[in-house]
Design a protein around this ligand. Structure first.
Ligand code: ADP
Ligand code: MG
Length: 346
């Protein structure tokens, strides 16, 4: 009974800015489980920051409710919500040392000095900055500053850690490194992490589950595998990974991932497989596999990933039959078809 209320629950959360067309966040209901690593993924402008900001308490809701462990929090001030927050910009106090930056929230809460010292030391150790406590933010690299921000956000053991594109300002190598550290922090702390990114690879790597946003609405919530193998909308299929999106039946799009198709000559396709004719447009050798780019009969682009060596016969211009087992396809509504029926109806 009480278990059903554990975690962060948003019910019909909407944010409409006056004078702006569609709501920035439109009727979003989510259950974020205790200890879960949940990522909000979507293109720029899809409502991720607005949603996170409503949970953190910096943006008031237009309607809906947000509870943590069953307690309504949507009208509480940010500092009463017991949530740690990290933004893309590090926002450290420039005139304070690293240790004092991390201690800031604990000082504000009036914790005893011995406890503060111990917690700050633990937090700095967790982010690998034990030796940097006496430095000032300007003496640190961008990646180090963001680690300080992480340490500062978790030092008082909040109920959850909220991060809005925290790695967005870092170069790729640092981003990969900090991704691994954030994953380790999550395992170590067992805390609920709520992470925002527009980078699908980052989302797939880090998350227990992902919420895909598009134009303020939730397209799908699922594990990385759910979203990749069983997308429920064309948007999800196209935003996450490569796909072959084929209009084989009216009103629907059949999605097959590049790893799930095999290329055949017409006569060889095994019984029970789905098939579509295509022409090879390009073959890219990537070491352990080859990527064969395709153009289907209706002009749609797609691709096949083949084991190394298996792509030899497929030269640009060759006609092939693309085949797959039906268990590896996902059939989603065709948004173009829906658009047409709406237009007819109105
Ligand atoms: P994301 O973080 O996914 O890029 P945002 O939540 O920042 O998206 O923005 C969602 C939508 O809300 C966008 O269309 C954006 O222009 C709009 N928006 C965000 N903040 C404001 C604001 N303060 N006033 C008006 N519109 C806003
Ligand atoms: Mg944003």
């Amino acid at each position: 009974m009480t278990d059903a209320h554990r975690g962060i629950v948003t019910a019909h959360v909407t944010k409409a800015y006056p004078g702006v067309g569609r709501p920035a966040v439109d009727d979003v209901s989510l259950n974020i489980a205790d200890g879960e690593f949940m990522t909000f993924l979507g293109p720029s402008g899809s409502g991720k920051t607005t949603m996170l900001s409503m949970i953190a308490g910096f943006t008031p809701l237009t309607s809906g409710s947000i509870t943590i462990d069953g307690r309504e929090i949507s009208r509480l001030k940010p500092h009463r919500r017991d949530l740690g927050v990290v933004f893309q910009q590090y926002a450290l106090f420039p005139h304070m040392t690293v240790a004092r930056n991390v201690a800031f929230g604990l000082n504000q809460r009036g914790r005893p000095k011995a406890e503060i010292d111990r917690r700050v030391a633990d937090a700095l150790e967790m982010v690998g900055l034990s030796a940097m406590g006496d430095r000032f933010p300007r003496q640190l690299s961008g990646g180090q500053q963001q680690r300080v921000a992480l340490a500062r956000a978790v030092v008082y053991e909040p109920r959850a850690l909220l991060m809005d594109e925290p790695l967005g300002a870092l170069d790729k190598k640092l981003r990969d490194q900090l991704q691994r550290e954030i994953a380790r922090m999550h395992r170590q702390l067992g805390m609920t992490f709520l992470f925002v990114t527009h980078d699908q690879q980052e989302a797939l790597t880090l998350s227990d589950r992902i919420t895909v946003f598009n134009e303020g609405r939730v397209e799908q919530v699922g594990t990385p595998e759910d979203l990749y193998e069983r997308p429920r909308t064309l948007f999800v299929a196209q935003f996450i990974g490569e796909s072959n999106a084929l209009r084989l039946t009216p009103g629907e799009v059949t999605i097959v991932r590049p790893e799930r198709v095999t290329l055949y000559a017409e006569a060889e396709v095994p019984a029970g497989h789905q098939r579509a004719g295509a022409q090879v447009t390009d073959v890219v050798y990537v070491g352990d596999h080859s990527r064969v780019w395709l153009r289907y009969g209706d002009g749609t682009r797609g691709c096949a990933v083949l084991p190394a060596g298996a792509a030899h016969d497929h030269r640009p211009g060759t006609d092939v039959v693309v085949a797959w087992h039906p268990e590896h396809q996902a059939v989603v509504p065709d948004p173009e078809h829906a658009g047409l029926t709406e237009k007819v109806a109105s």
